[in-house]
Ligand binder design. Structure first.
Ligand code: ATP
Length: 611
C-alpha cells in the first residue's frame, strides 16, 4: 500500500486525518469499474481464489493433527498412528506451502498484468492531454499517479484482496474447529483475543505516527537535495554564496530524522515486550481451564484436544489483527482507484475531429479570423486577432514581452484551441484538420530549445526516424551547424548532455532548426530567443534562417532587426491585439508602437550587431 501507513505486520494501519476527511464514496459503479479491470483475467482469478481457499484450509490441518499425534500416538503408545499423523502433518504443510507458491504466482501475475494495462492506458491518455494540462498540473503529481499510485494497485490485488479472503477463511475454520472441540475453551479463547490485539493496535498507532513524521523529514531532505544538487540549483547556491545556509537547512532536517528514527525503533522494542507477555496469557488460560475441566470436573477432554485448542488460538491472532486493519486498507484501496479513475476521466481537450480532413499537399497558408483566447477564464490574452499569411510568404510578429506573440503561434498546431474565432491552415479550420497532418506540416523552433540527453543524431532522428546520413548532414548544413558537427571528434554521435546543456545556446538553436528541417514542414515557425546570444551566434542563426524564410511559408517571432527585415510583412502585437501591420519603413515612419520598439530595442541591437 502506498503512503506512510503502508507497513503491515502486527503494527496495524491507520488513516491520516486527511484520509479520514477525504474518504472516497464506495459506490456500486466504482466497484464495477474496478472489477472491469479484473475481467480479462477472470480464469486466473478463479484459480487464485481456489488456491487461497485450499491453502487456508491446509494451513490449519497440522494444528488439528497435533491432537491425534498426542492422543493416539504418544499417549496411546501407537507407533503406527504416530508415524502416520506426523507424515500426514508434514505432507499437508508441504501441500499448503506449495499451493501458497502457486497462489502468490497467480496473484502477482494478475496484479502485474492489470498494472501493465493501467500504465499503458494512462500513458496514452496523458499523451492526449493538452498543453494546458501540462502547464497547470504539478509534474510530480503526474509522475506519482503513473508510478506509486499504479504500483499501489498491485499491492491492493496481491495483499488487500487476497488477505481479506484468506484471513476470513482461516478465522472461520479455526472457530468452527475450536467450538467443535469444546465450547467453554473456545469461548475463553475468543475472549482472550482482544487482550492481545488491543495493545498491539495502541503500540502500532504510536509507531505509525512516528513513521509518518520520519517520512515527512525524509521528504524534506529529498526536497533540499533535489533543489540544491541540480545543475541550476547549484549554480544559484554558488552565485549567491548560500552554501552555509543550505548546509544548515540540510543538517537540521537530517538531525530531525535521526531522532525520529531512534524513537521509532524504541517504540517497536516496547511493543515486543507487551506482545510477548500478552501472547502467553491465552494458552496458559486454556491449559488452566482445560486442566480444571479434566481434573476437577471429569471432562472427557483429552490432552491432545487442549493442545489443538491452544494451537488453533495461536492461528487466530494474525487473521483477527489483519481483518481489523482491513477497513483502512480497503478505504485506501478505494481512494487509490478513485484517484486513478479521476485521471482517466479527465477530458481530452484537443482531440482529432471525426471525419478529420487531410487536404493533400500542404502549402502552409495560415489565416486568423477574429480569434480570442485565454489560458485562464478570468484573463483574456488574445483579443480579436485577424491576419493572413499566404503560401510561400513570411510574417514577422513583433511586440513587447508578454504581449501574446507565442500565444498566437500556439494556436496554429493546436497546442491550445481558440475560445472564439477561427484559425485556418491550408484553408481549413484547424479544428477540422487531421491533427497528425496539421502537426506534421507545422514546424516550430521554440524559444526554449529542448534537446534530450543523447547524441546529435538521436535528436535529429526524433523528427524523422528514417532520415539518411546525407539528409541529416544536409539539414545541418542548411541550419548552419554542419561546421560545428564536423569539428566534433564523434560528429553526429556527439552527446549533447542533459537537456543539451553541453552545447551553447546558439548551437542548440541551430540543431533544433536542423531537426525541424528534417521534418520538412510546409509552415516554419521560428520563435526567436529573447536571451542574448553573442553576435557571431546570432549571425549564424540569421544566415541559417534567411534562406529558409525565402523558400517556405514562415512566421517569425522576432526580436532583432535583421530577422524582422527578412520577413515580407510585419505584425505588431500589444496587449493581445494587433495594433499595426505593414512594411518596416512605413511602420517606422508611423510613429506608433513599432517606432517605439524600433527606437528602444531593434536599433540598439542592430547597432550592436554591426559593431
Ligand atoms: P515574450 O516575447 O516574452 O516571449 P510573448 O509576447 O510571446 O512574450 P506570451 O508568451 O504569448 O507572450 O504570453 C502572453 C501572456 O500570456 C503573458 O502575460 C503570459 O503571462 C501569459 N501566459 C503565457 N503562457 C501561459 C500559460 N500557459 N498559462 C497562463 N498564462 C500564460
Amino acid at each position: 500500500m502506498p503512503g506512510p501507513g503502508g507497513h503491515g505486520g502486527p503494527f496495524g494501519r491507520y488513516m491520516t486525518e486527511e484520509e479520514k476527511a477525504n474518504q472516497p464514496k464506495v459506490t456500486p459503479a466504482l466497484l464495477k469499474r474496478i472489477f472491469s479491470w479484473l475481467v480479462p483475467y477472470l480464469p486466473q482469478l478463479i484459480l487464485a481464489l481456489g488456491c487461497i481457499v485450499l491453502s487456508s484450509a491446509c494451513s490449519l490441518m497440522p494444528s488439528l493433527l497435533t491432537g491425534r499425534i498426542i492422543d493416539e500416538g504418544l499417549i496411546g503408545r501407537n507407533m503406527h498412528a504416530l508415524v502416520f499423523y506426523i507424515a500426514l502433518s508434514f505432507g499437508v504443510t508441504l501441500g499448503a506451502n506449495l499451493i501458497g507458491v502457486a497462489e502468490s504466482y497467480l496473484n502477482n501475475w494478475i496484479a502485474q498484468h492489470i498494472t501493465f494495462d493501467m500504465r499503458n492506458q494512462m500513458f496514452r491518455h496523458l499523451q492526449q492531454m493538452s498543453q494546458r494540462f501540462f502547464t497547470t498540473s504539478n509534474q510530480g503529481d503526474i509522475i506519482t499517479r503513473m508510478t506509486s499510485d499504479i504500483d499501489g494497485v498491485k499491492s491492493v490485488i496481491t495483499s488487500t484482496f487476497s488477505s481479506i479472503l484468506s484471513n476470513s477463511i482461516t478465522l472461520i475454520l479455526a472457530l468452527v474447529a475450536m467450538y467443535r472441540k469444546n465450547w467453554i475453551l473456545a469461548t475463553i479463547g475468543v475472549l482472550v483475543i482482544p487482550l492481545f490485539v488491543l495493545p498491539t493496535r495502541k503500540a502500532g498507532k504510536t509507531r505509525w505516527s512516528l513513521t509518518r513524521e520520519a517520512q515527512e523529514a525524509n521528504d524534506e531532505i529529498n526536497g533540499i537535495l533535489n533543489e540544491t544538487m541540480s545543475v541550476s540549483g547549484q549554480l544559484l547556491v554558488k552565485l549567491f554564496c548560500r552554501e552555509e545556509y543550505e548546509y544548515s537547512r540540510y543538517e537540521a532536517a537530517n538531525r530531525r530524522m535521526i531522532s525520529l528514527n531512534i524513537r521509532e525503533s524504541m517504540a517497536g522494542r516496547w511493543f515486543r515486550v507487551v506482545m510477548s507477555t500478552f501472547s502467553n496469557i491465552g494458552p496458559m488460560l486454556l491449559y488452566l481451564v482445560g486442566g480444571i475441566l479434566i481434573i476437577k470436573k471429569g471432562s472427557s477432554l483429552s490432552v491432545g484436544d487442549i493442545t489443538v485448542l491452544v494451537a488453533l488460538l495461536g492461528k487466530m491472532y494474525m487473521p483477527v489483527n489483519s481483518l481489523l486493519n482491513i477497513q483502512v486498507d480497503w478505504m485506501r484501496a478505494m481512494a487509490l482507484f478513485t484517484r486513478i479513475f479521476e485521471y482517466f476521466d479527465m477530458p481530452v481537450e484537443i482531440r482529432n475531429a471525426s471525419n478529420a480532413a487531410v487536404p493533400g499537399k500542404s502549402t502552409g497558408r495560415v489565416e486568423f479570423f477574429h480569434v480570442s483566447f485565454s489560458y485562464d477564464p478570468e484573463r483574456e490574452i488574445l483579443h480579436n486577432i485577424s491576419f493572413k499569411l499566404d503560401a510561400g510568404r513570411s510574417i514577422a510578429i513583433v511586440g513587447p514581452s508578454g504581449s501574446g506573440k507565442s500565444t498566437i503561434i500556439n494556436l496554429i498546431p493546436r497546442l491550445y484551441d481558440a475560445d472564439r474565432g477561427i484559425v485556418m491552415f491550408d484553408g481549413v479550420d484547424v479544428k477540422r484538420l487531421d491533427l497528425g497532418y496539421l502537426r506534421k506540416n507545422v514546424g516550430v523552433v521554440s524559444q526554449e530549445t529542448y534537446l534530450f540527453n543523447g547524441t546529435i543524431r538521436d535528436n535529429l532522428l526524433y523528427a524523422a526516424p528514417d532520415a539518411t546520413e546525407e539528409e541529416m548532414l544536409e539539414a545541418c548544413r542548411k541550419a548552419n551547424i554542419l561546421d560545428f558537427v564536423e569539428a566534433q571528434e564523434k560528429g553526429l554521435d556527439t552527446m549533447v548532455g542533459n537537456r543539451g546543456l553541453k552545447l551553447s545556446g546558439g548551437e542548440k538553436q541551430r540543431i533544433s532548426i536542423a531537426r525541424v528541417l528534417l521534418k520538412d514542414p510546409a509552415l516554419l515557425i521560428f520563435d526567436e530567443a529573447t536571451s542574448a546570444l553573442d553576435s557571431i551566434s546570432e549571425k549564424k542563426i540569421q544566415d541559417a534562417i534567411d534562406p529558409l524564410i525565402a523558400s517556405r511559408t514562415s512566421i517569425l517571432i522576432a526580436h532583432r532587426l535583421s530577422t524582422i527585415l527578412a520577413a515580407d510583412e510585419i505584425i505588431v502585437v500589444k496587449d493581445g491585439r494587433i495594433v499595426e501591420q505593414g512594411q518596416h519603413k512605413d511602420l517606422v515612419a508611423a510613429g506608433g508602437v513599432y517606432t517605439e520598439l524600433y527606437n528602444t530595442q531593434f536599433a540598439i541591437k542592430a547597432e550592436e550587431e554591426t559593431t
